[in-house]
Design a protein around this ligand. Structure first.
Ligand SMILES: Cc1cc2nc3c(=O)[nH]c(=O)nc-3n(C[C@H](O)[C@H](O)[C@H](O)COP(=O)(O)OP(=O)(O)OC[C@H]3O[C@@H](n4cnc5c(N)ncnc54)[C@H](O)[C@@H]3O)c2cc1C
Length: 331
């Protein structure tokens, strides 16, 4: 691949967020390179859920179908690499406009007019013996979570004493409400998780009373845990000078709504890296939004160049980046 080629967009990340940007650009006849080192947040799970038309499908099958469909537009390339550096540079190949240069750990260099970060987040799993990535999240509402009298058959494990005056008042109120609906609170420490002998059929949680020191092994049909998260590719975010904001479970890159543009013109974010709601469907919608933003950004530059070529330039090069207002996202 020639180092002097300039893509319309460099997309770092080949998960649902990155591929969605590629699909949006593909449909609008813009070239892109998707670079991934193939470490996905949901590595290890056997099926994705709540993705319309793909419920209970292996996440790699979803991505593989996406790549097949993107291929139809014939303007997306792929590279397997870890990007370790990203910077803004003037591109002589693009009439001197500012674009981006990225470099991989393996020593490759690529250039693009815009950059989409779809690098995701990683979960900070607890160092608890027996903890597996086997979260049956969002299973509430199934019959197995109800007693015969209709009350909830759910226990919240607080992993230590819970003091209502020490937590956020909104959370304390919510806990009171769910307990009124039959949810139990177990304040013992969680010391270990243990598989049952039957595959995918519940687990044992080892609990320890902090006062008496007594332990008990309790069977649960499933366990739901929402860990905090950490941004991937923090080095790239810092090199580019992107603004970060605290999310509910960890930092995210700050973006403007609709077409997720960052504070750096030409840089867009798709997927978990810029979202509080970290799901495949959010990654897909922000990816399409980012593609829309990128196309508008490039069209503006093309307009400027066209006007300049007929001596009617004068649109300032540092014009405000498209923030979505008044722009069509119809792809
Ligand atoms: C256990 C588990 C179960 C889940 N189940 C569901 C579910 O059922 N339904 C659902 O909707 N969501 C689910 N999710 C959430 C879902 O996995 C994420 O929302 C989704 O993967 C986000 O997509 P993304 O493209 O933002 O990031 P990811 O899919 O994590 O992709 C990140 C991409 O960035 C690349 N990358 C990062 N840094 C670099 C770098 N420096 N150089 C090159 N490449 C880089 C990676 O290689 C990868 O290609 C689950 C998550 C977990 C942890």
């Amino acid at each position: 691949m020639s180092a002097s080629k300039v893509y319309d967009s460099l997309i770092i990340g080949g998960g649902p967020g990155g591929l969605s940007v590629a699909l949006g650009l593909g449909r609008q006849n813009r070239s892109c390179l998707v670079i991934s080192h193939k470490h996905f947040r949901n590595d290890g799970i056997e099926a994705s859920h709540a993705v319309l038309g793909h419920d209970h499908v292996h996440p790699q099958i979803v991505l593989s179908r996406a790549r097949d469909q993107i291929a139809r537009y014939q303007n997306t390339s792929y590279a397997l690499a870890e990007i370790i550096s990203a910077q803004k540079v003037a591109l002589p190949q693009w009439r001197g406009h500012e674009g981006f240069k990225i470099e991989s750990r393996e020593g490759e260099t690529w250039y693009g007019k815009t950059l989409a970060l779809a690098t995701g987040v990683r979960d900070l799993f607890p160092s608890l013996e027996g903890y597996h990535v086997k979260m049956a999240s969002m299973a509430l509402g199934q019959d197995t979570t109800k007693n015969k009298n209709g009350t909830a058959k759910v226990t919240i494990l607080t992993n230590g004493p819970y003091k209502s005056n020490k937590v956020d008042p909104a959370l304390a109120k919510q806990l009171k409400a769910v307990m009124a609906r039959g949810v139990k609170l177990d304040q013992r420490g969680v010391t270990r998780l243990e598989d049952t002998t039957k595959k995918n059929e519940g687990l044992y949680v080892h609990l320890k009373d902090h006062e008496t020191g007594e332990t008990e092994k309790v069977f649960f049909a499933f366990l739901v845990h929402k860990p905090n998260t950490q941004l991937n590719a923090r080095n790239l975010i810092e090199q580019l000078g992107l603004e970060i904001t605290p999310g509910m479970f960890g930092d995210i890159i700050e973006t403007k709504p609709l077409m997720p543009a960052t504070n750096v013109p030409g840089v867009y974010v798709a997927g978990d890296a810029g979202n509080v709601l970290t799901h495949v469907t959010t990654a897909l919608s922000t990816g399409i939004g980012a593609a829309g933003g990128i196309v508008h950004y490039l069209n503006e530059k093309d307009d400027e160049d066209a006007l300049e070529s007929i001596g009617q330039g004068g649109i300032p090069d540092n014009r405000k980046q498209i923030d979505g207002t008044g722009c069509s996202t119809d792809t």
